[in-house]
Unconditional design. Sequence first.
Length: 111
Amino acid sequence: MKRRFLAVFLTAAMAVSMTAGCGSGQGETEKGAAESGSSTDDSGSGKITLKLFSNLPDRKTGQGLVEQMIIDEYMEENQNVTIEVEALDEEAYKTKFKAYSMEGMPDVVSI
């Protein structure tokens, strides 16, 4: 009986938390974008710039190439989105990551 009550309670809590996070407030979206460091164009055209920090500096081969292809494909499909990539080798990445942790992270970080 206790297990069933707990299962029902947790299911209800998950449902409530999922719907609570799905707000339709336009102001909240713009506020979140401003706080995260991404920028939008004030003219209402919806231009978005995302900053991506990656530890795959070689954008011509391997995983760096795959990551760059995904980024390029996404920007082709979403003309209003620009993704600025900062890709550093492993040691420089670690140093810059520590600096970012003090001043604010980019929108997307490769871990």
